[in-house]
Design a protein around this ligand. Structure first.
Ligand SMILES: Cc1cc2nc3c(=O)[nH]c(=O)nc-3n(C[C@H](O)[C@H](O)[C@H](O)COP(=O)(O)OP(=O)(O)OC[C@H]3O[C@@H](n4cnc5c(N)ncnc54)[C@H](O)[C@@H]3O)c2cc1C
Length: 599
């Protein structure tokens, strides 16, 4: 299909050869958000849609989601409804979420779950055969549907299969490097085939960015290697879109803390140690053997909200009571081996393989960057400030506010896939064309400079510069932030930026080429996280300023960034909207949030 409508074009200018592909809609990202959008478009009869991703077909970050996906089905708790789900989401988001977007997601989710069920998703079931639902931290009812401990994998398999039934076109191993826009409207994208090294121009009537999040700009993170570097926000920002809430990064309290010099352990640094370990009675101790949560949260102890536990651990480490690997101890050894093997099978096996028996000794854990709540600012349909450019899933901002409720990000992917697909289907009118002006002033210089960068014998190894950037983000925009440290982080970022133009780069198909582009994306993302954190002179949800430890009601505003005309970044703030009557009533009812049932 694609071969029929693609050709090589050079136009006689000094631009490397490239393939040109005409599309009505280009979906950048083959995770749950991209796949669900494509399904909606196909069901509404939109032709010439292409979904692409940087990795193989069906292989996206979504597959790593384990715990579940939220929707008020009321399987066990019939009193639950979408408005209570919305109220819980706003509570956990510390009222910085866009209430309209929260409503859009929560209202749809029961239908979205039933639809996934019809399409064959392997939901875990009750004895009566209904979709089972369980608690996730900070929800008032059991509304997290799940497929064993492989919810994300099952979700993506189901969506991919459905998309295949509808003949949606996919391309794997293609990296998008730039969106083609004149600042007001998007016309397509530039990228390259990671297998062949061929440059590609995508002409598209609409572009959907479903390219994931930015938690991997930190050195300790739960994301897959080489993903979640903030490609989506950076691409959108470069094209003229606004970024919002970038300072809000959810740090999961328990990632693996390891000796980074030990080759067996090093690859596990930051990997998630499931909340269920604490849910099954796991206790946290500092290096002095003190069960320190008694000081931070005497009632909830280890089961308090993610941001509270993460902050407590970070403080213990910062004040010198951490372990040698820079963490604290998580101990479940008061449970016997049989219990641990049955209730925490993956964890038990993982640590056993590494030579640690959880039934005999504690494991070392430390907070780890898990999810970026910020992203591209979009309207109610997922469209950014740039006409024709949509951003959804983890790339968009607005649903989660200052902290994300577990199980809500998968919900957001499918709910916004539908909303965006519906909107585009109403609007798109055949294949798009990149105007000559944009071709000459944006696309051609871009691919020419990409081509010129290959084979560059720079001073620095790109992977070392990436590591330096990730370290600086951890040290200067981590869990505990203050003015001086954030400013120092920005200064150090400038030094990294300088190095980024002097890195060694191989051929287009070499990993160093991909990493050099990642580095550019990460510089944009990192800068907006640092600047956003500096702007926000209060503490709220996942953003904690040691110099402004209180929440300031006047700060119920979102920090936004747009590119200034003269270069640089223009920050501004916008007030958050108010919830509708149904959600207001649910908030007023004051349902108790349950922190004691994790996963
Ligand atoms: C360990 C872990 C566990 C989690 N568990 C849960 C859970 O239980 N419940 C829940 O709700 N959420 C969970 N999450 C979060 C959830 O998995 C993600 O938010 C969600 O899957 C994001 O889906 P997405 O479609 O937006 O992006 P992704 O699945 O990240 O897909 C992004 C796509 O974009 C492509 N891409 C990126 N950049 C480019 C580029 N430059 N060019 C071309 N393609 C590009 C990628 O290749 C990929 O195809 C978890 C996250 C982690 C890390």
């Amino acid at each position: 299909m694609e071969e029929n409508r693609s050709w090589t074009r050079n136009g006689g200018r000094s631009t490397p050869d490239y393939r040109e592909i005409d599309l009505s809609v280009l979906v950048i990202g083959a995770g749950a958000a991209g796949a669900r959008t494509a399904i909606e478009l196909a069901e509404r009869g939109v032709d010439d849609v292409l979904v692409l991703g940087k990795r193989g077909h069906g292989d996206a970050h979504t597959t790593w989601a384990r715990g579940g996906i939220n929707g008020a089905l009321g399987t066990h708790d019939p009193e639950d409804d979408w408005a209570i789900h919305a109220a819980d989401t706003l509570n956990e988001g510390h009222f910085l979420n866009d209430p309209e977007k929260v409503e859009t997601v929560t209202k749809q989710m029961p239908d979205r779950l039933r639809e996934l069920d019809e399409w064959g998703m392997a939901f875990s079931r009750t004895d009566g055969g209904e979709i089972d639902q369980r608690y996730f931290g900070a929800q008032s009812f059991r509304r997290t549907a799940f497929a064993g401990d492989h919810t994300g994998e099952s979700l993506l398999d189901t969506l991919v299969e459905r998309a295949q039934e509808l003949d949606v076109s996919y391309r794997e191993n293609v990296m998008i490097t730039k969106l083609l826009s004149d600042g007001d409207r998007a016309y397509g994208a530039a990228g390259f085939d990671m297998d062949t090294g061929e440059f590609v121009l995508f002409n598209a009537g609409c572009v959907v960015l479903a390219a994931g999040g930015y938690a991997a700009v930190y050195n300790r993170h739960t994301s897959r290697d080489d993903e979640n570097n903030g490609d989506g926000p950076a691409l959108a920002y470069d094209a003229g879109a606004t970024l919002m809430d970038m300072e809000f990064v959810q740090f999961h309290p328990t990632g693996m803390a390891v000796d980074d010099d030990d080759p067996e352990w090093a690859p596990w640094s930051g990997r998630l140690v499931t909340e269920a370990v604490r849910g099954e009675g796991g206790r946290l101790y500092n290096a002095d053997g003190e069960r320190f949560m008694e000081r931070y949260s005497p009632d909830q102890m280890e089961l308090d909200a993610r941001d509270v536990v993460a902050r407590a651990i970070a403080k213990e480490i910062a004040e010198g009571r951490g372990t040698e690997s820079g963490g604290v101890y998580l101990d479940v050894s008061h449970r016997d081996a049989e219990f641990i093997a049955e209730r925490l099978p993956r964890m038990y096996e993982r640590f056993m393989d590494l030579g640690v028996d959880m039934a005999e000794e504690p494991v070392e854990v430390a907070p780890t960057a898990h999810y970026g709540m910020g992203g591209v600012r979009v309207d109610a349909h997922g469209e950014s400030d740039v006409e024709g450019l949509f951003a959804i899933g983890e790339t968009m901002a607005g649903v989660h506010g200052a902290n994300r409720l577990g199980g809500n990000s998968l919900a957001e992917t499918v709910a916004y896939g539908v909303v965006t697909g519906e909107r585009i289907a109403d609007r798109v009118d055949g294949a798009g064309t990149v105007p000559d002006e944009v071709l000459r002033t944006v696309f051609e210089p871009h691919v020419a400079s990409l081509a010129a960068s290959t084979g560059r014998n720079g001073t620095y190894e790109v992977e070392h510069v990436l590591a330096e950037l990730r370290d600086l983000m951890w040290n200067h925009a981590g869990i505990l932030r203050d003015d001086a440290s954030l400013r120092e982080g920005l200064d150090r970022l400038e030094a990294v930026r300088e190095k980024s133009s002097d890195v060694r780069i191989g051929e287009v198909t070499d990993r160093s080429f991909e990493f050099a582009i990642d580095l550019d994306f990460m510089l944009t993302t990192a800068e907006t996280v640092l600047r956003g954190a500096l702007e926000r002179t209060e503490s709220r949800g996942a953003h904690y300023r040691t110099d402004y430890p209180d929440t300031d009601p006047d700060w119920r505003r979102n920090v936004c960034f747009e590119r200034a005309d003269i270069g640089g970044t223009r920050p501004y703030t916008v007030p958050v909207g108010e919830p509708g009557d149904d959600v207001r009533s649910a908030l007023d009812a004051g349902h108790e949030l349950d922190y004691h049932q994790l996963e």
